[in-house]
Design a protein around this ligand. Structure first.
Ligand code: GN1
Ligand code: MG
Length: 355
């Protein structure tokens, strides 16, 4: 793929391929991401996974609109982070559709940026949660209809349960016997579905990021302050509790997302407290009392939902998430469901934080 990028893709983004270096970047599970550098500039180049993002033009358009909104706020000092903007093709487009050879897009690379895969201290969680809250606050006055739903029902837990049930009934890859207990456990969690339906009926919808993992916040490596929120591809209408929940489920465990060192996989209460205070603080002028109350449910929903999605993909033969070995999705599912179980155990101690 690197040679193809050099010969075909880079010239279309105005890069002199002879002087450019190309290397893989990040740990995304969906798109292919590269860092491209020539003597004058650096950019992030991505081949969008068009099985997941079936309308890549819509994805790049949404992301560009979010960037524009943030840039306008930055100009009047209402948005204090850096903004990643698209790098246009030579013909001024947001993306390059090469048919069978993929849909390509490029974004600015921010100098001195640094990503973290696992939160190691409460202070890191606080910095990142404040940044995600600040981002959500900045999007709170973006017109709802400016964003198109790129993946309908992306964060729909009842639908994720149905997809799991379907995968179990087909068991096309004879994998159910190796994960039956986990699958049964997921489907027993109907209380969460009821609670979720109650909240969703009353909560406001907002434009959310929808992928608030720790590695989607760039730290400034010079002082580890927050620099930018990246990966704007799943910005869509949703609930604040989803962004918050995805963030906390990703921040709270001391182990990576695919670790099966399950005795060490748990939700660290001090990380949850720091992240919650910082997030709510950043959103103080926007968040409603009911939204604040919904945040705890958001953490549970997002851990359970991601566990369900990984498990379903394992049963379906690994067609969605990129894997490195045949048990990878199962391991990821076990990890997320263990975090979910740890949240349940700590519910009575942590719930008052959200009142
Ligand atoms: C995927 O590719 P990445 O890492 O940005 C996924 C998210 C999951 C995440 C779990 C479009 O995001 O929903 O939370 O993996 N993105 C999509 O690590 O499905
Ligand atoms: Mg993503």
């Amino acid at each position: 793929m690197i040679e193809y990028i050099r010969q075909v893709v880079l010239p279309q983004f105005g890069i002199n391929a002879a002087n450019a270096s190309i290397s893989r970047l990040g740990n995304g599970h969906i798109n292919h991401t590269f860092l491209v550098a020539d003597p004058t500039r650096k950019m992030v180049l991505q081949r969008i996974n068009t099985s997941v993002f079936t309308q890549p033009e819509v994805v790049v358009n949404n992301a560009a609109k979010v960037s524009q909104h943030l840039l306008a706020k930055q100009k009047v000092n209402q948005y204090l982070l850096q903004v990643v903007s698209p790098v246009l093709t030579e013909s001024g487009e947001l993306g390059l559709n090469l048919g069978e050879q993929g849909f390509w897009r490029a974004i600015d690379y921010l100098d001195n940026s640094h990503t973290v895969e696992v939160v190691t201290q409460a202070h890191q969680a606080e910095v990142a949660a404040y940044a995600f809250g600040h981002f959500a606050s900045a999007l709170s006055d973006m017109p709802e209809d400016s964003i198109v739903d790129v993946i309908p029902n992306f964060l729909n837990l009842p639908q994720r349960f149905s997809q799991l049930t379907l995968a179990m009934s087909g068991d096309a890859h004879n994998r159910l016997s190796s994960c039956q207990q986990w699958a049964d456990f997921v489907l027993s969690q109907t209380d969460v579905l009821h609670l979720l339906a109650d909240f969703e009926a009353k909560l406001p919808k907002r434009i959310c990021h929808n992928d608030t993992k720790i590695n989607n916040m760039l730290f400034d490596k010079r002082d580890m302050s927050s620099m930018a929120i990246i990966d704007l591809d799943t910005c869509m209408l949703g609930y604040l509790m989803y962004d918050f929940g995805d963030m906390v489920r990703a921040f709270c465990s001391p182990e990576p997302e695919d670790s099966i060192n399950l005795t060490h996989v748990y939700a660290r209460p001090e990380i949850i407290v720091s992240a919650t205070n910082a997030y709510v603080n950043a959103l103080s002028s926007v968040i409603t009392p009911l939204e604040k109350q919904s945040l705890w449910l958001g953490i549970k929903v997002m851990a359970l939902m991601l566990g369900t999605r990984f498990l379903t993909d394992y049963l379906n033969g690994d067609v969605y998430f990129t894997i490195e070995h045949s048990q990878h999705n199962l391991h990821r599912a076990m990890n997320q469901l263990t975090i979910y179980q740890s949240l349940l155990k700590q519910e009575s101690q942590l719930l008052p934080l959200f009142s």
